[in-house]
Design a protein around this ligand. Structure first.
Ligand SMILES: NC(=O)c1ccc[n+]([C@@H]2O[C@H](COP(=O)([O-])OP(=O)(O)OC[C@H]3O[C@@H](n4cnc5c(N)ncnc54)[C@H](O)[C@@H]3O)[C@@H](O)[C@H]2O)c1
Length: 440
């Protein structure tokens, strides 16, 4: 099939690359010429395991191309995927300007039947807005052309995006047009061959499924974070509680890890956006307000532990920090808790020496000019000349470190672990003072 993907970010690039892997001819459009240049030069603008190989293979086969030329992109695909950003507006609602701009471009330039598929995470009812935007442009041109609108929310996880796209748990397609349903079924059939994982719904339900899924996951995290604080008070170990409840199949083991709060480009904005949708419909969500409140507080948990130990004036302290990205295997720094934690430490006069296996450049970009923040080239290098270590992202390479080396390099022999990576008794047996989350 001939496919256009509009927006070549995390979702658009993975979608385009994986669809081309199945033999489709994909053209990826972006309005950012710098991104397209990187792709045309044989690189990729993000860190995503396995993605570069898929991109290179399909570019070489002539099935995957990149462009900034909107006219060419509209002409190319019968299927037009919209995968542009939907960042939060000032009031928290999803800003749809990029989605509607993409839709208008299609209406302005299309000359034959198109299926316009919204892959961005968008509020319920956006399908109607996309349809209206295209109809508006066609009316302006005074022509009638056939098109269909679908919703196809994306559930990939950054850090495992290629694997998630190639072997999805489910593919949700919200569509009401028979031709569009047939085309979408044919498109996704190779990805769901061993078991039918295709869920066909109406457009509004598909749009809702994405928000409900992300908000449910965020709720689990905030629930566990709140429980971890209580565990500290009552002298229980949240890690044992996690295993104890997770083994109930009705609960399951995933997304029960207490930490420094969720971040990234999706959960914070999607929780806000669904809360806004609830409020606009006259039923402000108490649950989502609590999920967000708990998360904001949780970003302060490590800082509070540091202040409890050292006091509020940290001007004679230098902290090593392991991990900057909002989660492992990505360089995405959007809403990363590390940004809040570093900001709070610097505000109290501390210096921070940070290390992240891949997010250093992105961190340096989003925290440019933050005085007192420097970067190290290795985890052990980050410890040099510091008083204590903070662990913020659970990269694999931090899981079994040399505890002797940590104790000897960090002046106060203190570790504040925001991800509960270590067995407390073990690390303490090396003479390290160990603070973690919810292990009273
Ligand atoms: N990142 C994730 O893990 C993830 C997962 C599932 C769903 N989503 C959703 O997918 C959407 C995209 O997220 P992302 O992380 O890929 O965003 P992103 O910011 O990485 O990429 C969006 C891209 O769209 C481009 N763009 C904006 N307007 C355009 C236009 N009119 N024409 C062409 N290109 C345009 C931007 O330049 C940018 O490169 C969001 O709605 C997000 O909520 C993201």
């Amino acid at each position: 099939m001939k496919i256009t993907v509009i927006g070549t970010g995390y979702v658009g690039l993975v979608t385009g690359a994986c669809l081309s892997e199945m033999g489709n001819h994909v053209l990826c459009l972006d309005v950012d010429p710098a991104k397209i240049k990187i792709l045309e030069d044989g690189g990729i603008p993000i860190h995503e395991p396995g993605l570069l190989e898929v991109v290179r293979r399909n570019v070489a086969a002539g099935r995957l191309e990149f462009t900034t030329d909107i006219e060419r992109s509209v002409a190319h695909g019968t299927l037009q995927f919209i995968a542009v950003g939907t960042p939060p507006d000032e009031d928290g609602s999803a800003d749809l300007q990029y989605v509607t701009a993409a839709a208008r471009n299609i209406g302005r330039l299309m000359t034959d039947f198109k299926v316009v598929i919204d892959k961005s995470t968008v509020p319920v009812g956006t399908g109607d807005k996309v349809k209206a935007a295209i109809e508006g442009e066609l009316a302006r041109r005074d022509i009638q052309l056939d098109f269909a609108v679908c919703s196809n929310p994306e559930f990939l996880k950054e850090g495992a995006a290629v694997a998630d796209f190639m072997r999805p748990d489910r593919v949700v397609v919200g569509a009401e047009d028979e031709r569009a349903i047939l085309l979408m079924k044919a498109l996704y059939q190779p990805f769901v061959r061993n078991r039918d994982r295709l869920i066909i719904t109406d457009i509004r339900s598909a749009e809702f499924i994405k928000y409900a899924a992300n908000c449910m996951l965020a709720t689990r995290i905030s629930f566990m974070n709140e429980m971890s604080r209580l565990a500290e008070k009552v002298g229980a170990d949240i890690e044992m509680v996690r295993v104890g409840i997770g083994s109930d199949p009705r609960i399951g083991t995933q997304f029960l890890y207490p930490g420094v709060g969720y971040g990234g480009s999706c959960f914070p904005k999607d929780v806000k956006a669904l809360a806004m949708i609830s409020a606009e419909n006259g039923m402000p969500s108490k649950m989502l307000a609590a999920v967000e409140d708990v998360n904001e507080e949780q970003k302060m948990v490590l800082v509070n532990k540091v202040v409890a130990k050292y006091g509020d004036d940290l001007s004679d302290k230098t902290f090593a920090m392991w991990g900057l990205a909002f989660k492992p295997n990505t360089d995405d720094m959007r809403e990363a808790p590390s940004r809040v934690i570093i900001g709070e430490l610097l505000k109290r006069g501390a210096k921070v020496q940070a290390y992240d296996p891949v997010a250093k450049d992105e961190a340096a970009r989003v925290m440019a000019g933050w005085e007192g923040l420097s970067y190290a080239e290795s985890s052990m290098g980050a410890l040099e000349g510091t008083d204590a270590l903070l662990i913020v992202t659970e990269w694999k390479e931090f899981r079994t470190p040399d505890f002797d080396a940590i104790r000897d390099a960090v002046a106060d022999k203190v570790v504040f672990d925001g991800r509960n990576l270590y067995e407390p008794a073990l690390i303490r047996s090396f003479g390290v003072e160990y603070h973690s989350i919810g292990r009273g």
